[in-house]
Design a binder for this molecule. Structure first.
Ligand SMILES: [Mg+2]
Length: 175
């Protein structure tokens, strides 16, 4: 693991996520009509809403195209969705360019080998608990929660508690 202490969390304002194994448990339901289903976490969804509430952005970079991913991204107002990315680094770089962002402003969460270059490149590169060992070895942080079981929420809270935004957000829940 890298040194979390060296990361400037005050700069991070974009959360980029892989989908399968990160926003889900990595399983896909194939229905008899050929349509697909995935299990997304409600606590992750609320975490993403909190992240947006402080004015931060989200994006998805997924290797595998899926209607279920498109629908969930729409529900959560995820601003930028790139699917079918066989190589994720070019997708990541074009995302930064489109949004005029620097890699120092980005946290990325992944679980598999395709995610390696992004975990390396992002200012805060995160592996989920169920990630492959190779990803955990280069990650700045490994979540205690697994993909589809609150890993994304864990990352969001981790960052917001280190940049001073979490206390403000909690005010509305304390009255
Ligand atoms: Mg994955």
């Amino acid at each position: 693991m890298g040194q979390v202490n060296e990361i400037d969390f005050s700069k991070i304002k974009m959360l980029v996520m892989d989908v399968d194994g990160v926003m889900t448990d990595g399983t896909v339901i194939i229905n008899s009509d050929g349509s697909e289903g995935k299990n997304f976490s409600i606590v992750d969804g609320h975490g993403i809403k909190l992240w947006h509430r402080v004015g931060f952005q989200t994006a998805i970079i997924s290797g595998r195209p899926s209607k279920a991913t498109t629908v969930r991204a729409e529900q959560l107002n995820i601003g930028c969705v790139k699917q079918g990315c066989k190589k994720k680094l070019p997708a990541f770089e074009s995302l930064l360019e489109e949004l005029s962002l620097d890699y120092r402003e980005v946290a990325f969460v992944g679980d598999d080998l395709l995610d390696l270059p992004l975990v390396r490149r992002a200012a805060f590169g995160v592996a989920v608990a169920n990630a492959v060992d190779e990803l955990k070895e280069v990650a700045d942080y490994t979540t205690t929660k697994a993909g589809g079981s609150g890993a994304v929420r864990e990352v969001i809270e981790y960052i917001l508690k280190r940049n001073g935004k979490w206390q403000d957000l909690m005010q509305r829940y304390l009255v």
